[in-house]
Design a protein around this ligand. Structure first.
Ligand code: HEC
Length: 165
């Protein structure tokens, strides 16, 4: 092989490596177990990557980060997945009114992981200095006697306090 052929082979290899590492970076998931649960249990309504579906389920790509980062809003996330929610809501000026089922059959760990995937992988620009959810927080939320209507009423107060519409 000539020197120039070797050189171009080297360039091609470097290029391929760069592409591959770029792809790995773009797809780096902080909470892969949470993503697996999300893809299996949540994406049917909220769609892959939580982008939402008009007329069915809201996007989970902005509000959950704000909830997780605030003292008043944080518990809204475990409460929603454990107790469900229904009633008309607004997310980024769109209206949704369908039933969010409860997922109390999932373990504390599965729920902490799925919420961490939502907050840290899907809300990178809004979670601020939020800390990851722990199994203890899920356990505490599970112990509350709350129903889907109470979660809805609480959401109204939380979104108002956080200035979200
Ligand atoms: C059957 C469809 C469906 C499935 C499956 C589903 N959701 Fe939902 N989810 C909804 C709907 C509908 C709402 C809005 C409810 C309302 O209008 O009150 C919602 C609301 C939410 C909210 C509140 C958003 C906000 O702005 O307050 C979160 C968080 C959420 N879902 C997370 C999840 C997670 C995590 C899973 C999987 C474990 C999941 N959902 C599975 C339909 C679904």
């Amino acid at each position: 092989m000539t020197t120039s052929a070797l050189k171009s082979l080297g360039t091609a290899a470097l290029f391929a490596l760069g592409m591959a590492s770029g792809m790995v970076r773009a797809e780096a998931i902080h909470f892969p177990a949470g993503k697996a649960t999300f893809d299996a249990r949540c994406a049917v309504c909220h769609q892959a990557g939580g982008k939402g579906q008009d007329g069915l389920a809201p996007p989970l790509t902005a509000y959950p980060g704000h909830y997780a980062a605030s003292a008043q809003g944080r518990h809204q996330l475990p409460d929603t997945v454990l107790h469900g929610m229904y009633g008309e809501i607004h997310v980024a000026d769109k209206t949704y009114n369908f039933k969010m089922p409860n997922f109390d059959s999932l373990s504390d760990d599965e729920l902490a992981q799925v919420l961490n995937y939502v907050v840290f992988d899907l809300n990178a620009s809004s979670h601020g200095s939020a800390k990851p959810f722990t199994t203890a927080e899920i356990k505490a939320a599970r112990a509350k006697s709350m129903d889907a209507g109470a979660v809805y009423a609480q959401r109204t107060a939380v979104t108002k306090a956080l200035g979200l519409r």
